[in-house]
Structure formats: C-alpha cells, structure tokens
Design a binder for this molecule. Structure first.
Ligand code: GTP
Ligand code: MG
Length: 616
C-alpha cells in the first residue's frame, strides 16, 4: 500500500506520503470549476476524444443552468505516485457553509483570484477560514488572459488581505501561479511563458502537507458531506483522520450530542476522476464515502466500536435570514403540484436538514406554516427551485433578517458590501444605500471609469436592493456582500415605496383592461392569463395598493370602428425571476410557487378582509 515515514519533529505522528488533500476556494466565478476541468484533462483521466462538457463538476441541473457551483464536490487525480484529492467549492456567499465543511477534509488550498477583479468579499471569507484552519495556501491568479488583467496589483491586494487577516509569517510565504484556466495553461511570473499545468501539480505535491496521523489512535472518520446514489443509497463522505476501515466492518457512529449507535460499513468508495470506485480499505488521510448506514449525519464521527473517540463536530456560522414556507392555499392550489400538504412539506424539510447543515427549520403557531432560516436569498431561492422541480407547491413569504438579543439589546446582522460600478453611478448608489442605513468604508477610483465602493450595511437594507442597483447602473454594476457580524438595531428602513395592483376577481386578463390599467403602473401579466382575487398583477405608480378589474371585456354595445381598433398596443409585462419576486414582496404578501409557475399574491386574498392602508 503506501509508504509510511516518521516525521522527525513530531515522532508520534506519521506522514501518509502518497496522498494530498486540497480544496479550491475563491470568490464566485473566479474560475474554480474551470481549473478543475483543466486539471482533470491534464491528469489523463479522460480519453483524447471523449466528449466531456465544460465545468463537468457542476453536475446538478440547477448548477448548469445558473452557471454556479452550489455544492462542494470531490474528485481525485493521480500525479505520478501521488493521489491528489481535490474538492471544488462554491464561491457564492450563501453557500459558505459548504466551504467551511470542506476545509475540514483538506491540508491545503488553492486560493484562486481573478486577475482583474482581485480579492472580493468571498475571497476574504474563505481565506479567513483556511488560515484559521492552518491550511497551507497556494495562490493562483486566474484569468490572466483578460485584457483588463492587473496581476501585479492583484498580488499586492492579496498580500494586504493576508496581513489584514493576521496571517502567520510562514503563511505569507505562499507560492504564486498565473493561470488561464480556460486554456489549461499556467505561468510562473505574470508575463512568463505559458506552460501546461505540470508546475502547478509539482507545487501541490511539494507544498501541500501530506496527511499526518497518529498510528496509536483507533478509527476516526469525520463525515463532512452526504450524497445519494440510486444504486447504493445514502453515501457518507468524509476523511479518515486516524485508523482504518474495511468493507463489512462494524463501527460506532458518534453524533455531536454525545450519543452513538452501531452500524456496518456495507460499501466503501474512493474517487478517481469523476468516478466513485469501490475499495476494500481506507486508511488515514483518505477521502472516501461509505454506504450502509442510514442514520448518519454531517459532523458525525465513524469510530471504533471498542474505543470510540469522536472528533469535534462541525460548527457552521448561524443563519441570518428566515422565510415562512406555507401550504399553498390559493384558489388554484393543487393544479400542477404533486406534493401540496403540510405533511409533505415537513418530510421534505426533514430530508433537507440531513444534507444541509446551514439551514434551520422551525414550527410556527400554525401547522401549515414553517419558518426556514438560512444564509441568504439565493440559498432560499435554490431550495424553493429544487422543491418545485420535485413537484412541490407552496407559498413563501418575504425574507426577514434574524434578530438576536445581545446584552438585552436587539441586534441585527450586518453585511460588508463591495460594489464595482461606473463612475457616474456613484451618486445614486451612495444615496440609495444611505437610505438603507449603509455606511461607506472605502471609495477607490481605479481610473478606468469604474469605481469600487465598500459599505457596511444592515442585511435588512439589502433585501430588494440588487434589483434597484442593476437598474440604476444599467446592468453595469457588480455587487457582492458577506455577513459581517451583529450590531444594535439600526432603525427603520423604508422598503419598496410603491403599492401594488391587485386583481379584484377571478377570471382571464384582457388586452382591453390591461390597456386601461397601463397608466396606473407597471403590469406583470399578459392578456389571457388566469388570475384570482388577491393576486398581484402589477406595481402601482403610487404608494397604496389598488384593487383592479383586469378581466373586463370591451363592451359589445360599442361600435367596432375598424379592426385596427382591436390591436391595442401593450407594453410587454414585467417578468420576474423567483429571486426577484422574493425581493419585491412585502410582509403582507406571498409568492405562490408551483412546479410550472410562480405568482405574487396578497396573504389575505379577499379584498374586503384586507386592512386598508392609507396611501404613503
Ligand atoms: N477569460 C477567462 N475566463 C475564464 C477563465 N477561467 C474561467 N473562466 C470563465 O469564468 C466563468 C466562471 O468560471 P467557473 O469555473 O464556473 O467559476 P467558479 O469559480 O467555479 O464559480 P462558482 O463555483 O459559481 O463560484 C466561466 O464563464 C468560465 O468560462 C480564464 O482563465 N480566463
Ligand atoms: Mg464552480
């Protein structure tokens, strides 16, 4: 099997020299999954003409559609005699929990930074976690082919970031590579020659510490991820820290609450490229998956039944936002969903909790309503999207930030917001963030016509901001934010200033009434769309809500002058993405989600039962 070699400085520990475990971490879209593609290709895993799609690790449907990684996934390649386990992580802040867990499995990280954008909020977050875990970093400045690449400056910004995060002296000594992940090339200096990734592979073997273990310790296998496969069922993925495990073995599963139970390892799998391969035995340092134990969770330690020694369980940052999920009670409920009952929703959440450690689900006063808490709107939107694809129908409420009591005072979550936008938008953006209680921390003018702004702003102030920001910057702005601690309640923030147009009866919309209503605001529905009483059909130009009849037919008594008269010119309806509806709705409104559609509605459908607000 593998060579064992005693490390001089710490005679008790032994090094597993034929294995390296590393994670690829970065801000969203800086090219992690693309770099993994190139590494897989160059390790000779694929045959020359094999049809492999781009970003092959982004294997689930939503990941491919959205072009982002949602779940951390592992792969392994062989470089000469070394097995390199690589974990690709998601860069979006809402999935930070995935990254944190992943870091428990590895000894080193490839920190990727875009050669033009430089370090962004999630770069800071993942690097902080990696440094805290004392992982050895290798810096990769990617997208060196960009015309606006500024590698020298970016390198300095990364050094500043390390210093800012109190990196230890030796952590500052990281090697640097410059890559074009798309082409699978790397350089040793910013303007050096393009080579294949061999130098990077060599560096990984040289710099990432080989796993260390204590030969006197019994089995300790920490579960950091769960997976499912139709053939083998539930897979518990993690790293063996000490001892070893063989197929068929009896083990003890120790959970964080001090409880434990017995189980049997039915299947044992290692990774090779994109495949899971059956193995007989796993030793210290190996990243493997086991099957056969259904009652197993993230953070559990699989241990020796005769001498169980649980590892510290995995703790992830607490959720900052929550949303209500309720049984769909609209008049058209149950038309296209398979799962519509409260019992089904509850079962589904219980399943999600097994996989997803960064969300929480609580009961509320009503058996039909659940409170789901998580790390951000995108995470929630992904959960909703996944559920509707599985055939669920539900109503979801406006995301709200969680409030915490600190020393008897109400505290709310704050976000560190980084904005990159055209120079001429600075005034508008700053003013808008001011009304949302944002405090400007930095303003840097790159001199390229674009400006970078940093703010500290209540998470509450950012709900619904993205849509406005994109409109204000004509789509040219980039914004990123990250949880930045708790602060005392910052005072009232006014949200959407406008009211909505609400259908006052069930029926089909008509071009005639849409045409009549257009001066009142912006409509969300085309003609001949089915509506019901209480459904939101548009945004009112004023502050109050307005009940409207959008189903009115043109009176037949009117003389039809010419056929041209029928062709009313309608403004195309405003279309929303699911995330945009979540940002748009107010506390007394819901998004009704079904497998085929989503609509916005009032919580109270009957016009007469709704409290009337004066126009604001
Ligand atoms: N020009 C250029 N584009 C690149 C390079 N590397 C990646 N890209 C592009 O950048 C985009 C994002 O790449 P991904 O590999 O999905 O980035 P990621 O870091 O995995 O993103 P998340 O997992 O969502 O955080 C894709 O359109 C890639 O084609 C590069 O070296 N040069
Ligand atoms: Mg990715």
């Amino acid at each position: 099997m593998h060579e064992e070699q005693t490390v001089e400085e710490r005679p008790a520990l032994v090094r597993r020299d034929d294995v390296r475990n590393l994670a690829i971490i970065a801000h969203v879209d800086h090219g992690k999954t693309t770099l993994v593609d190139a590494m897989l290709w160059q390790s000779g895993i694929f045959r020359e003409h094999e049809a492999i799609r781009e970003r092959v690790m982004d294997s689930n449907d939503l990941e491919r559609e959205k072009g982002i990684t949602i779940m951390a996934k592992n792969t392994a390649i062989r470089y000469h005699d070394t097995l390199i386990n690589i974990v690709d992580t998601p860069g979006h802040a809402d999935f930070g929990g995935e990254v944190e867990r992943t870091l428990k499995m590895v000894d080193g990280v490839l920190l990727l930074v875009d050669a033009s954008e430089g370090p962004l909020p999630q770069t800071r977050f993942v690097l902080r976690k990696a440094l805290e875990a004392q992982l050895t970093p290798i810096l990769v400045i990617n997208k060196i082919d960009r015309t606006d690449a500024r590698p020298a400056e970016v390198l300095n910004e990364v050094y500043d970031l390390f210093i800012d995060l109190d990196a230890a002296e030796e952590q500052l000594d990281f090697p640097v590579y410059y890559t074009n992940a798309k082409d699978g090339t790397c350089r040793l200096t910013a303007d050096g020659e393009d080579q294949n990734l061999t130098p990077l592979f060599e560096e990984i073997v040289k710099t990432v510490p080989a796993p260390l273990y204590d030969p006197d310790m019994p089995l300790q296998f920490l579960i950091t991820n769960l997976d499912y496969d139709d053939y083998v069922g539930r897979l518990a993925v993690g790293r063996v820290f000490n001892g070893s495990m063989i197929r068929g073995q009896e083990v003890s599963v120790c959970s964080g609450d001090g409880k434990s139970h017995f189980g049997k390892v039915r299947g044992l799998f290692g990774y090779e490229g994109l495949q899971r391969v059956e193995i007989d035995k796993a030793g210290p340092g190996d990243i493997v998956a086991l099957t056969g134990i259904d009652e197993i969770n993230i953070g559990d330690t699989v241990a020796d039944p005769l001498d169980p020694r649980p590892l510290p369980t995995i703790r992830v940052d607490e959720p900052t936002i929550s949303m209500l999920f309720c049984v769909n009670n609209s008049p058209v409920a149950g038309r296209d969903g398979k799962h519509v009952t409260s019992r089904k929703l509850r079962e589904r959440f219980q399943k999600e909790l097994l996989y997803n450690v960064s969300i929480k689900v609580e009961d509320t006063d009503s058996p039909d309503v659940f409170r789901v808490s998580g790390r951000g709107e995108l995470q929630m939107a992904i959960l909703i999207e996944t559920m509707r694809r599985e055939g669920f129908e539900m109503g979801v409420g406006k995301p709200e930030v969680l409030i915490k009591e600190v020393d008897g005072k109400r505290h709310e979550p704050m976000e560190h917001l980084v904005i990159d936008c055209p120079e001429d938008c600075v005034g508008t953006v700053t003013q808008k963030l001011g009304t949302r209680k944002g405090r400007m921390l930095h303003l840097v003018n790159h001199g390229s016509g674009r400006v970078r702004l940093e703010f500290r702003v209540p998470a509450r102030g950012l709900i619904g901001f993205r849509g406005e920001f994109l409109a204000d910057t004509r789509g040219a702005g980039i914004m990123n934010h990250l949880f930045d601690g708790w602060e005392p309640w910052q005072g009232e923030i006014l949200h959407r200033q406008t009211g909505v147009l609400i259908a006052d009866r069930a029926g089909k919309t008509t071009a005639f009434s849409i045409d009549n209503l257009q001066p009142r605001g912006t409509l969300f529905v085309p003609p001949a769309e089915e509506v019901y009483e209480g459904m939101i059909v548009g945004e009112h130009a004023r502050g109050n809500d307005l009940d409207v009849n959008i189903t009115k037919e043109k009176k037949l008594t009117n003389m039809r002058a010419s056929s041209g008269d029928e062709l009313v010119r309608l403004v195309p309806p405003r279309r929303f993405s699911l995330e945009q509806t979540l940002e748009f709705i107010r506390e007394d409104e819901l998004v009704e989600v079904t497998p085929n559609t989503f609509r916005m509605r009032k919580k109270i459908l009957r016009s007469g039962e709704r409290p009337k607000k004066s126009s604001g």
